[in-house]
Every structure is written in C-alpha cells, then in structure tokens.
Write a protein that binds this ligand. Structure first.
Ligand code: NDP
Length: 599
C-alpha cells in the first residue's frame, strides 16, 4: 500500500519519511538486474542496421592526404561551437568531421515525431545573436534546432572543408613536426596542428538484450533512426502509415514521452512497454514571448543563459528570467536549502532539508498523474517512486493524457526486469504475449561509447604513449581539456570539469576556452599547447577533493544510465563547486596563467 504523503510544507514526521524511503528502496530493488549495463545490445554487427543513417545517401569519395591547421571531430553543438570560436580566433584552415551526413549531432540523428528540446530555446540554442535568430517556440522542435545547426555552420563557413559519414580511427602525435596525423575509416590520412574531439556521450543507439529479438518478423527500428518511409508523416506527427497497425513502443524515458502521444493518435492500438515511469511535469510550450523578442539587445542571450545556469545549479538571482519547470524546482530546493548560506547549519540538517524538498516535488509529480489519468490502476503504474534527479526529468502536456485513450494499453514490465522475450509475432511479458505489427525501440543510447575513453579511437602521444595508458588510473587532464604528453589535443564534454542540465552552455564555455588558447598560441607563435605534469596532477587533486560525494544518492536510485544501471562509480570526476565557479576559474586562469601551457 502507498504511504500517505503530505503535500503541505510541514516537516515530515520520522515515520512518514521512513515509509517513503522504504517505498523508494523497494522500487529500486524491484528494478535491479544482476546483468546491470551488460543487459543491452549494441546496434552493431547483425543489429547494425538499427544504426544506419536513413537521412543522407552515402557518397563515395577519394581518400584525402593533405595538411590542415585544425580538425574538429564531431558536428554537434560542441563541434559547431568550437568551429565558430576557432574561426573567430583566426583559424582559416579548418576541417570538420562527423559520422552523420550533415551537421547537428544528436539533432541530426533524432528526428522522431514530437521531438522538442526540453530546455528553453533561448538558453539552449547557442550563438543566437551571432546568427541573428530568435527561436519561434519556447521549447524548440527538433527541426528548428537542426536548421539552426546548419545556420551556424554556414555563418562560420564550417562547410568549407567537411568530411561527413567519416569516422576518425587513429590519432598519432609527431613531436618533431608538432602536429597530429589523423586517420579515418575512409582511408584518409592527413596532418593537423590542432585536434578537438567533441564526439558526444549519448550517440550510439542501444537495444535491450531481449531473447528472440532477432526472430521478430514484423517491422522494427530505433527512435534515433526514425523510419518515416514506414510510418508516414513527419516530426509534427500525422503518421498515416500506422493506420490499422498494432504498434509497440519500448521505453518511457525522455524520448518515449515525446513520441508516444503521436503514436497513439495514429495506431489502431498502441502498447506502451514501461519498466520505470518517468517524472512528467507541466510543459506549457508556446510561441516565444513577445517580451523576450522585445528584449533582444547585445548580450541578451548570455544574460538569460547565465541566469538559468545560476538558478539550476543552486545559485541566487534577483529575477528568474526563464521561470519554468527547471527553475521552479531549483527554487523550491533552494527555498528549503537556504540553510546552505547559514554556516551554523549542520550537514545532516542540510541533507534532511534537501530530502524534504525532493519528497515534496515528487509528491507533486505523482499528484499530477492522479489528476490526469482516469483509470486508477494505470495511474498507479505511471507514478515514479524515486528521488527527482535519479532520472532525467521530463515535461509534457500530452503524455499522461494519452493513457485515457481507448486504443492505448500500458504494459508494466518492472516485475520482470523489462520485456521477457520476443517472438516472431510479438512481445512477451511474463506469460502474456502481445501480438504487434511494429516494435519501436525508445531504449536510449550507450553512454560515452564514442571518443577516446572507450578506446574506440586510439590516441598516441609523445614517445608513443597511448592516451589510455596515460589515463590507466583514471583521466588526467588540466581542466578536463588536455593532457601532458598530448599537445594540441582538446577534449570537449564531461571530463574532470563541471556539467549542467543545459549542457550546451557548458560546451560553449569549453569552446571559448579552446578558441582563446589557439588565438594566444598563434599570436605568440607557440607550436604547442600542453599542460605540465604538475598542473595536471594539481587539477586531479582539486577534482578529487571537490567532487560531489553523491555515491549514496546514486546507489539509492532506481537503475538507469545516470547510475550505471544500479552500479554507480565510487569516484566522481566532476568539479564540485559547479559550472558557474568553473567558468569563472577558467576566465581567471586565461587572464593570469595562459603562458604556462604555451611553448
Ligand atoms: P533513456 O535511456 O532515458 O530511456 C530508455 C528507456 O527504455 C527507459 O524507459 C528504459 O527503462 C527502457 N528500457 C530499456 N530496456 C528495456 C527493457 N528491456 N524492457 C523495457 N524497457 C526498457 O533513453 P531516451 O532516449 O529516452 O533518453 C536518453 C537521453 O537523451 C535523456 O536522458 C536526455 O538526456 C536525452 N534527451 C533529451 C531530450 C531533450 O529534450 N533535451 C529529449 C529526449 C532525450 P528503465 O528506465 O527502467 O531503464
């Protein structure tokens, strides 16, 4: 039986708290699987067709052998921002490489119906001022974002030298020439003074390792390679090809929540296979406010971005310029946590207040399910029982309503650890089979498979040292960007630095930093940008001392990619004081210490 959860802001009694904690623990235990992260299958080999590019025809070309000044691996926002900042730094000879057929990264691959960004477009879509664009919608549809990626590439002349449908397979440093040799899977072999790796963290689609998945004789695909040839319609819906079809969708994460209302509208019957319900908060999407359009003046976007970043990372601002689900939750937590400013408050009391804020937020989310979903049994299954940030929060004004339709069935698979198996004609959960014509996998992505950490891109530095050898006891970098013995090679992403829910903001600051380093090196005629071993050591120590000690929080969470499917890493590699302080630290370092890395 569910415990009674008070929604008033009173201090919870010890019994009430314990009842909630026990419920959360029970839900987590119900979901823990012994196979953890190995339960999934890569969309490779016999499943490689799940990862094929359905959007851009592959074009044969001759291998390239030449020299460029800078190479950027990855054409998503990280790569585009770095390309833009390198152009501003005066780099003319710049080559952009991506495995997709065009720019956009995640927004190139993900084109499923209903796709929107869940962060306000004015803070999420970078370089708006530079491109001269104001987003049309508060939460932009995927196609608007993809077009913006193309606009950035055009504005900064990043199409001048591109290699699409190309994967970098090897990087080797030549210390005499002070440049990298870059090899690709298309037979290219060229040299480059600088290399920037921005290949993303959630790029490779993953499939559940369901027995019998290969036996299914109906149609299947992954949401990140949407098959409009089969479904008809486009990103705004109208999936006429699904008329008369029995459709299964597996997964109810941030993607599933956006796709499911469109599938329900088009299918004869939709089966939603859920393992863990997401938190689904109010969205309220609407055209960009006139007041925002009127406020456009130099610096307007930066002001909004900083304001949002400050609020969602626990900082204080006088006016909440964004004022949405993200900032309201952050404000609620801050309200409970005003004690952080009071040095007399103990760590235990802070933890308690944080937990209360969380319970209240989740209580609100569960009450929303009750207020929308008519069938009581379905409503119970849709309620999440875990702490708010255990999984990526989602927002929708259509998702929960979908379960009031007569042609939609929610199939809860949690007691079975997910789908039991697939047959030639359908999906089995426990002993029950659901016959369907098409199965759509909204099952997410492998984490960090791309890039150097997974070893898929071997990097050899000075003296033949492999990067993963240098990092055998964990990543060693200065500020997350670069390592001793690997000059002129920069990493973008979450690595020994500070992340945030608006990750594009973090990438923008990283791109600014790399642009500034290259500009300074070129001004001074330096050939190498490289931290000393001591600087690297000191940064590792800073990370070690400040990294948030959130192992207990993660261990208590229901499994998901945030906590290694129930096996959280004991060591956290992020900068504890958060992104606002980190960005300030980078600015100060550029002003005072940039000489230290130039030679
Ligand atoms: P997720 O990894 O978040 O979700 C995968 C879903 O598949 C989960 O519901 C998972 O259940 C379910 N699943 C996996 N295996 C099985 C199985 N064997 N049986 C039944 N269900 C299964 O992937 P998403 O694509 O939804 O989202 C990935 C990330 O992409 C998000 O976290 C977010 O960072 C980003 N994103 C951002 C958006 C934005 O607007 N900014 C929009 C969409 C995605 P369980 O939870 O139990 O593991």
């Amino acid at each position: 039986m569910s415990p009674t959860i008070p929604s008033s802001p009173h201090r919870f009694s010890a019994e009430e708290l314990e009842a909630l904690r026990a419920r959360y623990r029970a839900e987590r235990d119900r979901r823990i699987r012994p196979d953890g992260a190995t339960q999934y299958r890569r969309a490779a080999g016999e499943f490689g067709y799940y990862a094929k590019d359905p959007y851009t025809p592959f074009q044969e070309r001759e291998p390239v052998r030449d020299r460029v000044e800078a190479t950027v691996i990855g054409g998503g926002f990280g790569g585009l921002l770095t390309g833009a900042k390198l152009r501003e730094a005066g780099v003319r000879d710049l080559r952009m490489i991506d495995e997709g057929g065009d720019f956009g990264g995640t927004w190139y691959w993900n084109r499923y119906p209903g796709i929107h960004c869940d962060i306000e477009a004015t803070v999420y879509m970078p370089l708006l001022e530079e491109v001269g664009y104001v987003p049309k919608w508060r939460y932009a549809p995927g196609e608007e974002i993809r077009q913006h990626c193309i606009a950035i590439a055009k504005r900064f002349e990043l199409y001048d030298d591109t290699m699409f449908h190309t994967r970098v397979v090897e990087l080797t440093w030549d210390d005499d020439a002070a440049e990298w040799t870059v090899k690709t899977d298309r037979g290219d072999e060229f040299t480059s003074r600088y290399v920037v790796i921005s290949s993303g963290t959630l790029t490779q689609p993953k499939l559940p390792g369901i027995p019998g998945i290969e036996d299914f004789r109906g149609h299947t695909f992954h949401t990140s390679r949407w098959d409009y040839g089969y479904t008809g319609g486009d990103q705004s819906g109208n999936l006429t090809g699904l008329a008369g079809k029995r459709v299964a969708v597996v997964g109810t994460g941030a993607t599933g929540i956006q796709v499911i209302p469109h599938l329900a509208e088009a299918a004869e019957h939709l089966y939603v296979f859920q393992r863990t319900p997401s938190t689904v908060d109010y969205r309220g999407n609407r055209p960009t406010d006139q007041s925002v359009i009127d406020s456009v003046k130099p610096g307007w976007q930066r002001e909004r971005m900083e304001n949002f970043l400050n609020l969602v990372t626990g900082g204080h601002v006088d006016v909440d310029l964004i004022d949405d689900g993200w900032t309201a939750t952050a404000r609620l937590q801050r309200q409970m946590l005003t004690g952080t400013l009071d040095p007399t408050i103990s760590a235990e009391e802070r933890e308690y207040l944080d937990e209360i804020a969380d319970f209240r937020k989740m209580d609100q989310i569960r009450a929303r399910v009750d207020s929308i979903v008519e069938d009581r049994e379905t409503a119970e299954k849709l309620k999440p029982w875990y702490r708010y940030m255990c999984k990526r929060p989602t927002f929708s004004d259509f998702y929960l309503q979908t379960f009031n339709r007569p042609n939609v069935t929610l199939v809860d698979t949690a007691d079975h650890g997910g789908i039991t198996r697939m047959t030639p004609t359908g999906i089995v959960v426990g002993d029950e089979e659901f016959e369907v014509d098409v199965v759509i996998f909204a099952t997410g992505f492998e984490v960090g498979i791309s890039g150097v950490v997974s070893g898929t891109l071997p990097v050899t530095g000075r003296g033949g040292m492999p990067l993963l050898g240098h990092w055998r006891n964990g990543p060693r970098t200065l500020h997350g960007f670069y390592s001793h013995g690997f000059p002129n090679l920069f990493h973008l992403g979450a690595l020994q630095n500070a992340a945030a829910v608006n990750f594009v903001h973090v990438l923008q600051e990283q791109a600014i930093h790399i642009g500034a380093l290259v500009a300074e090196a070129n001004t001074r005629g330096a050939k190498r940008i490289e931290p000393s071993a001591e600087a690297e050591e000191a940064w590792a120590a800073t990370i070690f001392q400040t990294a948030p000690k959130n192992f207990d929080f993660q261990a208590e969470c229901t499994p998901g990619y945030y906590n290694g499917e129930g096996n959280p890493r004991p060591v956290n590699f992020s900068f504890g004081p958060g992104p606002v302080v980190f960005h300030e630290l980078l600015r100060n370092w550029r002003a005072d210490s940039i000489d230290e890395v130039l030679s």
